[in-house]
Write a protein that binds this ligand. Structure first.
Ligand code: TPP
Length: 687
């Protein structure tokens, strides 16, 4: 029920938001970092925020400072981020105004989200997915307030609804009937692009295509309409546990951002039209209508304005971040630091690499109810196109192991939401060549979450990616992606070459609180490619775990040859390990092969040690060579080991072609092999 007290409280927030906007505008020199404010959008934002419970999750977008006020944040706290101060409670001075993240138990929780429009719908829908799972397993991790279950609110501008990721998120929310409200604020502008220019329909009409997404529409400048609409939507989602969309029409009274100012692209008529819907005078009139005295209203106005100014001065005086902290929180610390358990238990059988991965996941899922596995075709019917997840759905139920639609962005990005709830998603994209639709979420949301939330929201997830060329897989099922992945900072990349490593590393990846990509070579899965029999190994015991970032010497050179300067080392990973070993057969005792096993973090210590020992090195990879990880590593080796090198660092990768051709002879012509590797070894030895 709307009471005069609620109206007065809303008015207080509203004048506070306006005073903040005015203060920022009046102090442009001080407020030098780009920011947007909620001017015009306040009524719907306050109506949403004021009705949320501390057990809920809300994802405000960059224009939602009124949501932030209404869930209890002080102007001071928001201003610390505006001015990128050390004490900024969200990002420690790393991200823009109104890019919050919070684990404060007294208010709704907020995961980190990027500035990329619409992208937050996926991690935020992942939260609702996680809540549904916690409900299903009756987990103690599910918070509630007086028996009321949590919901998720995802706020976004109407302009962002045209992004493909928004469709993926809504599709999933509707399919699974998740407890989430998409709150869309429609100010008719998408920076300078007008609604007529860039969309065929507004979010309300668009949502009609998602059967099962209950829709509301309201005048988002009218506090009463907004409050009542949000009350209905919240009640529906909270009790029915179903998805909803609220489309609120609002004026845009401020600038797009402090940098892109309204006068650059909006006409006088347009500004006047929007001005006539200003929610603030409307709410003021309402207060008088319900009998609140003028002097009470004036007192609220005065108090709010004074508080904003005082908070602004206080925030200004607050210390700057220490530049020495700039490298903190790239990753959360992993508990897995040492190799432990039995790698080669007595009487154990040999296992294929694909089964080693499967068994690792099975053992994880048996032990940890928070572990889930999803992706395309990993569910019960098939168990993965490589049978890499076979039997898991039958064993653990299709609430824990299930097929998703063909939505790589959702598969990858949703894990941020699940992880925030303490769940541990392991997900899969079917082939490395199809990681790209999910790449955006990996870069934009997951990799930056720990860093930009100042360590509050590391995303603990494992992304399984079958990779690599063999047997005429063709241009879209053979590609290598490690260099592309390694340009992302804030993720770890693992590339095992045999079953024992796969099992131990999968366990370490699971326990790592950060995003870990497991690159799993399809040609090694079954050891079917001639020369890869060693990928099949004794199966390590259940307790075996192998930390990320530890390379392994898989072939040793003879001490005598090394001493005489007649040896060379090959630094490689994945299929390269087998090419190198095959090539080494022609140079007995002269070749030492280092299998990197993890590409990031990289075992630089062992790499440099080995290079210094031999003075001659070949960096070998399956990837197209130019601008690859292998080339970058070669440069690092040259710089670090310069005085120890007897020859130029050699690099060998695939030919620089846009794709791996399907014809077997063409495929072979593109990739390195034992002969081409052998030629390079011979060249190095001849120095
Ligand atoms: C993926 C992406 N593309 C482009 C931008 C640049 N950009 C920032 S805001 C914006 C317009 C968004 O309009 P809307 O969603 O309607 O929100 P509004 O700013 O009007 O509240 C654009 C294009 C971005 N942030 N992210």
């Amino acid at each position: 029920m709307l009471t005069p007290e609620i109206l007065l409280q809303a008015y207080k927030y509203m004048v506070t938001a306006k005073a903040m906007c005015d203060t920022y505008d009046a102090n442009k020199q001080v407020c030098k970092y780009v920011h947007s404010t909620s001017r015009g959008h306040e009524a719907i934002q306050l109506a949403a925020g004021m009705q949320l419970l501390p057990c809920d999750w809300v994802s405000p977008y960059y224009r939602d400072d009124s949501i932030m006020l209404s869930v209890g944040f002080q102007p001071y706290e928001l201003m610390l981020q505006l001015l990128a101060k050390k004490e900024d409670p969200f990002s420690g001075g790393r991200s823009y105004y109104c890019h919050p993240s919070s684990r404060d138990v007294n208010r709704p929780f907020i995961i980190h989200q990027s500035s990329a429009t619409g992208m937050q719908t996926i991690p935020t829908t992942g939260l609702a997915q996680g809540l549904q799972y916690l409900e299903k397993i009756q987990s103690e991790k599910l918070p509630s307030v007086n028996g009321q279950l949590p919901i998720v609110v995802c706020s976004l501008g109407d302009g962002s609804v045209t992004e493909g990721e928004v469709s993926e998120a809504m599709q999933f929310a509707v399919l699974k009937q998740l407890p989430i409200i998409y709150l869309v604020q429609d100010n008719q502008w998408s920076i300078s692009a007008s609604a007529e220019e860039v969309r065929a329909m507004n979010a309300y009409d668009f949502a009609a295509g998602f059967k099962g997404l209950k829709r509301w529409q309201c005048d988002g400048s009218d506090f009463i309409r907004s409050y009542e609409t949000m009350a209905e939507a919240i009640e529906y989602t909270r009790t029915e546990r179903k998805p909803a969309l609220v489309h609120a029409k609002v004026p845009l009274l401020g600038h797009h951002t402090s940098g892109v100012r309204r006068e650059f692209y909006r006409s006088r008529e347009d500004l006047l039209k929007h001005g006539s819907y200003d929610p603030l005078p409307k709410l003021r009139l309402l207060l008088i209508d319900v009998g609140i005295a003028e002097h009470t209203i004036s007192a609220v106005e005065k108090e709010a304005t004074e508080k904003v100014l005082a908070d602004f001065h206080r925030a200004q005086a607050s210390p700057e971040p220490d530049p020495a902290t700039v490298e903190e929180h790239v990753f959360a610390p992993t508990p897995v630091k040492e190799e432990k358990g039995q790698r080669t238990p007595r009487n154990a059988e040999k296992v294929l690499m694909v089964d080693a991965a499967l068994h690792a996941i099975e053992e994880i899922m048996e032990e940890f109810p928070e572990a889930l596995l999803y992706g395309q075709d990993v569910g019960a019917r098939l168990g993965g196109v490589f049978r890499e997840a076979a039997t898991l759905a039958d064993k653990f139920g299709d609430h824990r192991v299930f097929n998703t639609a063909i939505q790589e962005a959702y598969i990858v990005g949703s894990t941020a939401g699940l992880s925030a709830l303490g769940l541990k998603p392991m997900v899969e994209v079917q082939f490395a060549d199809y990681i790209y639709p999910g790449f955006n979420q990996l870069v934009t949301e997951l990799s930056k979450s720990c860093y930009l939330s100042n360590g509050k929201f590391p995303v603990g997830m494992v992304l399984r990616v079958p990779i690599g060329a063999y047997g005429g897989g063709g241009p879209y099922h053979s590609g290598s992606v490690e260099s592309t992945l390694l340009t992302i900072k804030g993720i770890k990349v693992v590339y095992p070459s045999n079953a024992a490593d796969m099992k131990g590393l999968m366990k370490a990846a699971y326990h790592d609180p950060n995003p870990v990509v497991m690159l799993e070579h399809k040609g090694l899965y079954w050891s079917k490619v001639p020369g890869t029999e060693d990928a099949k190994t004794i199966e390590p015991a259940k307790d075996y775990i192998l930390p990320l970032g530890k390379a392994n010497i898989v072939l040793q050179a003879e001490a005598g040859k090394v001493k005489k300067g007649e040896s060379v080392c090959v630094i490689t990973y994945g299929m390269g390990v087998y090419w190198a070993k095959a090539a080494a057969a022609n140079f007995p005792g002269q070749v030492e092969v280092l299998d990197l096993r993890t590409l990031h973090p990289l075992d630089e210590e062992q790499i440099f040690q080995l290079v210094k020992k031999h003075g001659k090195v070949l960096v070998l990879s399956e990837e197209q060579q130019n601008n690859s990880f292998a080339e970058a590593l070669a440069l690092r080796i040259s710089n670090q080991c310069y005085h120890f090198l007897d020859a130029r660092v050699e690099v060998l990768g695939s030919l620089n072609l846009p794709a791996v051709p399907i014809n077997l002879a063409l495929e072979a012509a593109m990739l390195p092999n034992a002969t081409t590797v052998g030629n390079r070894i011979a060249k190095l030895l001849a120095y």
